[in-house]
Design a protein around this ligand. Structure first.
Ligand code: FE2
Length: 376
């Protein structure tokens, strides 16, 4: 397997579950109105749609934001007696739904449930004047859900139940284009069952693996395997903690999220220097830059790159390469008070992989934050 390129490996995926891409990411949050303001102001998302009592939804308020092809849905419960309230009480704000855009939601549900997926929501069709959306959902790790969304017969703004959200507050976008990958953290010894689940139930293939020998620091370690569907539009790396001298950052996540869940969402840009500079000026907090030695070693480790070294070093942007090219990436600090979900900004220049060489830099940067929290 290791002699195959990433794209050759992806062709080994099974095609019983064709996926066009990520449809949307839905977060359950304590106060969606304020969260929406944060994602507009800090990350440059645009107002798209709204659902709530005014649109006939009695129990929730839900804001849909868009930037490039990314749709972020922020949902809050209006009453304590609700599964959404229970979710937030236990996990804090976090990603509930990784929704996948499919041609046939009912068939996607049948194919996956017949292979052992646990049902979250049986298939249903919702309609309004703009057409119909067909939905079905299955559980993945923890309480996280994959929703299948079929929208080929819908031309409304998001889906039935939502109306267009016209806001007088419209900060400019930050050049964020699409979801590159979404990473899940799973518990001890849960990596292999989760990988097998993606292979058996979703038809995905393991395109890359890192073990704890490759990803470790003086104190802790993790294992990571990347699962991809056949066209590579959807990639889900999975992390498991590994034994080290001190607490793994994955373990810290599991403690604070109180279970398995989405660790980070990686978002693509075509100009990471401009995007990161812009996001920083808007108040987005990124992990500290790696030591100077990281940039001194860069030309030897990665080879020639188009970007000037000075802005990369100034902004703390990480660079890595594989046999197909290179990539630039940077990670935010967690966007909640619990050290759980964070975002990654990524620019790919040929490389289809996940920056094995950067894992160590990322890991050490997270450990510096962990130490500040007294959790290392
Ligand atoms: Fe990532």
């Amino acid at each position: 397997m290791s002699t195959l390129t990433t794209s050759q490996k992806m062709t080994l995926a099974k095609d019983f579950l064709p996926i066009n891409g990520t449809d949307h990411i839905e977060m359950y949050v304590g106060n969606a109105k304020q969260a929406a303001h944060f994602y507009k102001t800090a990350f440059g998302f645009q107002s798209l749609a709204y659902a709530g009592p005014e649109t006939g939804m009695r129990d929730i308020a839900s804001y849909v934001l868009q930037q490039g092809k990314i749709r972020l849905v922020l949902t809050t419960p209006l009453k304590s007696a609700s599964t959404i309230s229970e979710h937030i009480y236990k996990h804090g704000d976090g990603v509930k739904i990784l929704a996948l855009w499919v041609e046939d939601a009912y068939k996607s549900f049948e194919e996956t449930v017949s292979r052992g997926a646990k049902v979250y929501m049986a298939p249903k069709t919702i309609k309004d004047d703009h057409g119909e959306v067909r939905l079905a959902g299955i559980y993945t790790y923890g309480e996280t859900v994959h929703m299948f969304v079929e929208r080929k017969n819908y031309n409304g703004v998001f889906m039935p139940g939502y109306r267009e959200w016209k806001s007088s507050y419209n900060p400019k976008d930050a050049g964020l284009l699409h979801v590159d990958h979404c990473v899940g953290n799973v518990g001890w010894n849960r990596m292999n069952p989760t990988i097998k689940w993606y292979e058996d139930v979703m038809g995905f293939v393991n395109i890359l693996s890192f073990d704890d020998k490759q990803i470790n620091t003086e104190y802790s370690a993790l294992m990571s395997k990347v699962m991809s569907n056949g066209n590579g539009f959807v990639k889900f790396p999975i992390n498991e903690p590994a034994e080290g001298k001190k607490k793994s950052q994955i373990e810290e996540y599991l403690d604070y999220y109180e279970g398995e869940g989405v660790q980070h969402v990686a978002i693509a840009t075509n100009d990471i220097i401009a995007t990161v500079r812009d996001l920083k000026s808007r108040g987005v907090e990124f992990l500290d830059a790696p030591p100077d030695a990281y940039y001194d070693e860069l030309p030897t480790r990665v080879g020639k790159i188009d970007e000037d070294m000075a802005p990369l070093k100034e902004l703390g942007i990480l660079v890595d390469c594989d046999e197909e090219g290179y990539l630039l990436q940077l990670f935010t600090k967690p966007v909640e008070d619990r050290p759980t979900l964070f975002f990654e900004i990524i620019q790919r220049k040929g490389a289809q992989s996940f920056g094995a060489g950067n894992f160590k830099a990322l890991f050490e940067a997270i450990e510096r934050e962990q130490a500040k929290r007294g959790n290392l």
